[in-house]
Design a protein around this ligand. Structure first.
Ligand code: CA2
Length: 159
């Protein structure tokens, strides 16, 4: 029997890296006034309107982020990640994204290309579908829309 899986709801993991737990509590001039809890709640709500389950997780530890990416392989259809400063340093996170082969969108609150030069290079950029940078908390919403659109197009192409 052919199983038509097209109607199955998507599931997306949103991963936040180091220091993003401080959002809204410090440096609102750079990173905005929204807290991580508010951003995550807005993503769940947007997910509902897109028939998509959204789960979020934050860690200040590189290895925990790698573990979360590995675990996502069997649980989610795609990843939206703001790896924070690890964006610019972590070959381990890049390798994890590349290894699990889950479509991934990289997001940043700030426009990393308008900031210090050390933020201009992303180790993740070459292994993600695309990057959204500079729209504050909206970067996450744009990232969620982008990954859902990408996965829906993939599912459409498969039939
Ligand atoms: O713009 C972004 O989203 C970043 O990923 C944020 C990282 C930074 O290292 C990247 O270059 C760009 C830093 C996150 C720090 O978050 C804070 C939040 C509130 C107060 C202090 C830090």
């Amino acid at each position: 029997m052919m199983v038509n899986d097209r109607a199955r709801n998507l599931s997306i993991l949103v991963l936040h890296g180091p220091n993003l737990n401080l959002l809204g509590l410090r440096e609102p001039g750079i990173y905005g006034a929204s807290t991580l809890t508010q951003i995550d709640a807005q993503l769940v709500e947007l997910g509902r309107s897109l028939d998509t389950h959204v789960e979020s997780s934050q860690s200040n530890h590189e290895g925990s982020l790698v573990d979360a990416i590995h675990t996502a392989r069997d649980r989610h259809d795609g990843i939206v990640i703001n790896a924070g400063a690890y964006t610019h340093t972590s070959i381990a996170i890049r390798d994890a994204i590349s290894a699990v082969q889950l479509p991934t969108i990289e997001v940043h609150l700030s426009n990393i290309y308008k900031r210090e030069e050390f933020r201009h290079h992303s180790y993740l950029a070459a292994v993600v579908i695309g990057q959204i940078s500079g729209f504050g908390a909206d970067s996450y919403q744009l990232g969620l829309r982008a990954i859902v659109g990408h996965l829906q197009r993939l599912a459409g192409d498969e039939c």
